[in-house]
Design a protein around this ligand. Structure first.
Ligand code: SAM
Length: 230
């Protein structure tokens, strides 16, 4: 990529950041993280000219890289602090992982489609972003590294998977409980929820705006258990 390409993409990232601010993303650190991640390198080269439009784009296998507004919105709701341990369900292109890393999080990420997982690993690695990842069904969470300060689900759930609740950090002196940010609804649309662990088996549950994600497919999603093997 030439120097003028680099400048062009940097300018487009700045414009995207401005538009996210106008749409209500009020956390400067989230905007700064988005401004640092080269989204054009996470999309198909044929779609690069659209990489900084605020829209989801196809990444193959019927999946998408989420719209930048959605990435910023979910990230803001996670309230990431440097050093937080965050589990992402749905690595997809790897873009959301990069944004979380820019905020200083330690990132664990699971993707169910092997070629997407491998491609994301390769892109993240080439840009110097380090995650702990695996290919599998993220509806089980990843107990080996639990508890998490935050869990972000980047696909539309029909139900909240129990294992994810169990793997949230319990609040203790000086540290608030883990937060699960998850879109829940039907294939037609989902409501963004933030579930915060306030005790061993106590949870706060807040509901926010409506979105439309590709489906979360897995064992802890009975309605989708037998859907495609993509
Ligand atoms: N975070 C991604 C990004 O930054 O590109 C966006 C991902 S896309 C909207 C949702 C992803 O969730 C898809 O790649 C899909 O294969 C994955 N997915 C769906 N069900 C899953 C599951 N049970 N476990 C892990 N990944 C899953």
């Amino acid at each position: 990529m030439t120097l003028s390409d680099e400048r062009k993409y940097r300018r487009r990232r700045e414009q995207l950041a401005d538009s996210l601010r106008e749409k209500g993303i009020s956390e400067d650190k989230v905007i700064r993280a988005i401004s640092r991640v080269p989204r054009h390198l996470f999309v198909d080269p044929a779609l690069r000219s659209r990489a900084y439009w605020d829209e989801a784009l196809p990444i193959g296998h019927g999946q998408t890289i989420s719209q930048p507004f959605t990435v910023a919105y979910q990230t803001m709701m996670l309230d990431v602090q440097p050093g937080d341990k965050i589990l992402e369900i749905g690595t997809g292109s790897g873009y959301q992982s990069a944004v979380l890393l820019e905020l200083g999080a330690e990132v664990y990420s699971i993707e169910r489609i092997q070629p997407l997982y491998e491609r994301a690993r390769q892109i993240l690695g080439s840009l110097g972003y380090r995650i702990t990842g695996k290919c599998g069904d993220g509806t089980h969470g990843w107990a080996a590294f639990a508890p998490y300060d935050g869990i972000i689900v980047t696909a539309g759930a029909t139900e909240v998977p129990e294992p994810l609740l169990e793997q949230l950090r319990i609040s203790e002196a000086g540290k608030s409980g883990g937060r699960l940010v998850i879109p829940v609804g039907t294939s037609e649309g989902q409501t963004m929820r933030r579930i915060t662990r306030t005790g061993e088996s106590q949870f706060g549950d807040e509901q926010f705006h409506d979105f439309r994600f590709v489906p979360l497919i897995g064992d802890a999603q009975p309605a989708t258990r037998n859907e495609g093997d993509a």
